[in-house]
Every structure is written in structure tokens, then in C-alpha cells.
Design a protein around this ligand. Structure first.
Ligand code: PAF
Length: 283
């Protein structure tokens, strides 16, 4: 595996592969890699001849400077882990490579509707930052397919819409969420939690499972179900940003006739903002 930090170097390798008729799979990350990320690399390799991963902590998608500064940066350990995978190139640009004119002068991408709700409403500017950096990284890596984790389900749908709306010839593939033994979705932010908080954090997935069960039992008052779940989990020490039952296809609030649903939750536990989601298909 090669580590590349300059855009010129990346472009040269991509050009060579394209000339050889090889397809490219891409996995953008912000580093601090865990088993969930590594599974995205495997998935990319199933769909393409060559795999590029990127590691870039994107300042444009952080609406909180303290959060950005605290974000774990473990580049050497990340590269060591990637060497054990099917990754061919890891692209590790610095901020000046991605934003040479600075972030305020950068043209931005806004994905309407889906970008405004849920995490978009709670983290102003976040999804513009994601859409902008992903567009730039796509234009740098020129992939045929790109893989994103379902843990960030709203991000996955947002990228699908972005690619569709801007006619990018890239297939976006979602990959299943990796979980700890207690069910907690793997996330770089889990390491902010104490051992006790990590146990408590599993309440998030329990809450999703309980809501799913209620829906499958035919309970149809979505607002009441979410409000009760919110009260229950807040008693366990969480501060809830949202718990919502949405249409899986576009994350608009679900109506009683909808059958393909996603239950989504975002909540603060101590120092960490945790998000998770679960599919629910009604007969
Ligand atoms: O999911 C992430 O880690 C980031 O949002 C992404 C897609 C790498 C863009 O910075």
C-alpha cells in the first residue's frame, strides 16, 4: 500500500489505473479507523479492481471548534491497519491541499431537504461541509464506486442524492453498521466515553430495537412512541437531539401508510454525541 499526500501524485496513479482499464473503489474517512472502516475497504474491493482510502479530518463539517480540535488523530496506527487490508492507496492530504484558498473562499455544495433535517438541523453547516469535501475528494480520486457506512444513514442518503443531482458517474454503496458486543455502533467518538458510559451507550440500540418492536406490533402513533422513548432514555442520562421514525427512502417523517421505515436517534451521553439508526419493514 502506498501513502500519498499530494494531489499530483494521486492523480498520476489514478490516471495510470484508468489507462489500464482498472476500476477504482473509494472509501473516504476521517481516520481513527476501527473494524467498521476496515469492512468498508473490503466492500470496495468486492466492487472494484483498486481501492483508495482517504484520511482527512474535514474542518468544514465541524460546527464546533472544540469538537474539531478534540477529534482523535491516529494517522500512524490508521496506516498500519490499512496495510493489512486490500487498500492500494491511502490519500492523506493536509488542509491546504483540500482548501488552498481557505475555507471561506471555497465554493460549497448544499444538498436540500435531506441535508436540512435531523443532524442537519442540529449541526448547522455540517452537511454542506460533508457534501463539499466528498465532491472534492470524488474529483480527486475519480472512483467508479464509493462506500459509506450505514451508521451515518443520513449522510449515505445525502451522498446518493448529491451524486444523482450532479450527474456524477459514481455508484454509492452502503455498508452495514459494525457493532460492539453490547450492540453499541462502532464510532470514533465512543472513545470519549468512560467504561460505565460505554455500557450505558448500548441503551441507544436497545431503544431502537424497542421502537422497532412496537412498530411491528402495529402501534401507529409515531409521535407518542418517539416521545416515550425520549423520556425513557433521558432518564438514563442521555440528552436527546432527536428520535424520529422516517421514510427509509428520503428520511421525511413517516406516515401511517409507509412500510419501509428508518428509526433514527442522536443523543449526547457525557462528552460524546452518539448517532444510530435501524431499518424497520412493516408487512
Ligand atoms: O463519515 C465521515 O467520516 C465523513 O463525514 C466523511 C464522509 C469522510 C467526509 O469527511
Amino acid at each position: 500500500m502506498e501513502t500519498v499526500s499530494s494531489l499530483a501524485q494521486l492523480r498520476q496513479q489514478v490516471k495510470q489505473w484508468r489507462k489500464q482499464g482498472l476500476t477504482i473503489g473509494f472509501v473516504p474517512t476521517m481516520g481513527n479507523l476501527h473494524a467498521g472502516h476496515l469492512s468498508l475497504i473490503d466492500k470496495a474491493k468486492q466492487h472494484a479492481d483498486k481501492v483508495i482510502a482517504s484520511i482527512f479530518v474535514n474542518p468544514l463539517q465541524f460546527n464546533d471548534q472544540i469538537d474539531l480540535n478534540a477529534y482523535p488523530r491516529t494517522i500512524e496506527a490508521d496506516i498500519a491497519q490499512l496495510t493489512q487490508t486490500a487498500c492500494d492507496i491511502v490519500f492523506v492530504p493536509d488542509v491546504a491541499t483540500i482548501y488552498p484558498e481557505g475555507m471561506t473562499k471555497q465554493s460549497k455544495i448544499t444538498v436540500p431537504d435531506i441535508g436540512d433535517r435531523l443532524c442537519g438541523a442540529h449541526r448547522p453547516g455540517h452537511f454542506d461541509g460533508v457534501a463539499t469535501v466528498v465532491t472534492k475528494l470524488f474529483n480527486m480520486a475519480l472512483p467508479d464506486v464509493a462506500v459509506f457506512g450505514e451508521k451515518d444513514y443520513q449522510q449515505l442518503l445525502l451522498i446518493k442524492k448529491l451524486v444523482h443531482d450532479l450527474n456524477m458517474p459514481i455508484e454509492i454503496i452502503g455498508a452495514e453498521t459494525h457493532r460492539e458486543q453490547n450492540g453499541l455502533a462502532m464510532s470514533s467518538r465512543n472513545q470519549y466515553l468512560s467504561a460505565i458510559e460505554q455500557t450505558t451507550a448500548a441503551e441507544i440500540v436497545q431503544t431502537l430495537l424497542e421502537i422497532k418492536q412496537r412498530l411491528e406490533q402495529g402501534q401507529g402513533d409515531f409521535t407518542a412512541i418517539c416521545e416515550q422513548a425520549k423520556q425513557a432514555i433521558e432518564q438514563k442520562g442521555f440528552e436527546v437531539d432527536y428520535i424520529e421514525i422516517c421514510r427509509e427512502a428520503d428520511l421525511m417523517p413517516a406516515k401511517s401508510e409507509d412500510k419501509a421505515l428508518r428509526i433514527l436517534i442522536a443523543a449526547q451521553l457525557g462528552p460524546a454525541r452518539l448517532i444510530d439508526n435501524m431499518a424497520c419493514y412493516l408487512a
